[in-house]
Write a new protein. Structure first.
Length: 55
């Protein structure tokens, strides 16, 4: 499970968020670790990349 915050208050994932998620999933696969989700927390909401099918 990955998680981080967006101090801006906007929980929408950036291109960089999507890129690092993809890279971390690949690294996890190399080591036998399944990444279940990446959650972004912000003042105006929470976004699950798994729920949005972005990973």
């Amino acid at each position: 499970m990955l998680a981080h915050n967006h101090p801006s208050g906007d929980a929408e994932p950036s291109d960089e968020d999507l890129a690092i998620t993809k890279r971390l999933v690949q690294v996890g696969e190399l080591h036998g670790i399944q990444v279940l989700d990446h959650v972004i927390v912000a003042g105006r909401g929470v976004v699950s990349l798994r729920a949005r099918q972005l990973m």
